[in-house]
Design a protein around this ligand. Structure first.
Ligand code: TXA
Ligand code: MG
Length: 327
């Protein structure tokens, strides 16, 4: 409690605090203070046109910073907040351009993690926070990951162990018509579509179209080794990966509990059970980071598209990868 008071004081006096949320760790600063927000971009090495999410403590706070809050958006907030969903709404002039990358919209989220909510409430201001990783690296889901990436670059780090969900919030654009999910995440698309029947998927990272979510155009989530995804039936994937790893002793394999015994390679990491996509989601960033500790320069990964978190898992894995081999 005392430590949280101290961190809230740092936020109020223009500092940066890395804090846990149920999705991933966030790197927070007072969203209303331009000089504080600039420190986030600097610490992460993040491009200035990539907007930040406003983390708030209660739904009523939306009205303070949004130009409008539609009934559909209110319904999503009522059902899914606190939780891993960010709602993009039209912003008012209290939100600095630095937070939104100059866009006239802003994303809001109430995290369900108690430490995060307490920190926001004690700070008394909305906290702008991207994931607390160096730009381009896998997001951080353990305090130790944050220390690896940001120690010495931020004013405080709250280490509260492992994040439950393990990948970021679902980003829903409630300004566009029809509304669209721009980034798959902690709340599956189908669950939101049950509430908003005309909801669209807009995850594309197409080069020739300006991305609607600026973060989608950057290479992301990459460990030091390159990642190559192999997508095919289990026994063909096994044969292919074994033949590839035989040719390079500095290779690794990212695989599941069900298939790990198929691989000859010694640098193999189990991401979880194929029967449990929540478990795979919770481990994806940690698994990618674990390869940085091994002596590998290429990681061959299985495909993990099944289950309710499959979309979100593969969105992150594909962005981390340099190639996909289809069998
Ligand atoms: O779970 C999460 O969302 C975590 C935790 C810390 O809350 N935060 C997070 O922030 O993942 P960040 O900055 O790493 O990713 C936010 C994504 C980016 O792809 C950004 O481009 C998009 O949301 N975004 C934010 N505001 C937007 C806006 N107004 N319009 C379109 N996209 C937006
Ligand atoms: Mg991020």
């Amino acid at each position: 409690m005392e430590a949280l008071q101290k961190c809230a004081g740092i936020i109020r006096s223009s500092g940066t605090v890395a804090f846990p949320t149920e999705t991933v760790y966030g790197l927070g600063a007072n969203a209303l203070d331009v000089s504080a927000v600039k420190k986030i971009f600097k610490a992460k090495g993040r491009p200035g046109d990539n907007p930040l999410i406003l983390h708030i403590a209660k739904t009523d706070d939306v009205e303070k910073y949004a130009l409008s809050f539609s009934d559909a958006a209110k319904l999503l907030a009522k059902i899914f907040w606190p939780g891993p969903i960010s709602l993009i709404l039209p912003r008012n002039t209290k939100v600095p351009d630095t937070v939104t990358g100059g866009l006239d919209t802003v994303a809001f989220r109430i995290p369900s993690n108690n430490i995060a909510r307490e920190l926001i409430a004690l700070s008394g201001v909305p906290i702008a926070a991207p994931s607390a990783n160096l730009s381009g690296k896998p997001s951080t889901t353990e305090g130790t990951h944050v220390i690896e990436d940001l120690y010495g670059k931020v004013d405080a780090i709250i280490d509260a162990g492992k994040c439950m969900v393990g990948l970021e919030s679902t980003v829903v654009d409630m300004v566009s018509s029809p509304p669209a999910v721009l980034r798959p995440g902690g709340i599956p698309f189908d669950k939101i579509k049950m509430i908003i029947p005309n909801l669209q998927k807009q995850y594309s990272t197409s080069e020739d179209q300006p991305p609607r979510s600026p973060g989608m155009k950057y290479r992301h989530y990459s460990p030091e080794a390159s990642v190559i995804i192999v997508n095919g039936p289990d026994n063909e994937t096994m044969k292919k990966i074994n033949s590839l790893t035989r040719q390079n002793s500095r290779s690794g394999v990212l695989c599941s509990l069900e298939t790990i015994d198929n691989y000859e390679c010694i640098n193999k990491i189990c991401i979880g059970s194929r029967k449990n996509s929540e478990e795979i989601a919770a481990n994806i960033f940690d698994s990618l980071r674990m390869f940085d500790k091994l002596d590998v320069d290429v990681i061959y990964s299985e495909y993990f598209g099944d289950g309710s978190m499959g979309d979100a898992i593969m969105n992150r894995l594909i962005k981390a990868s340099s190639d996909i081999i289809g069998l």
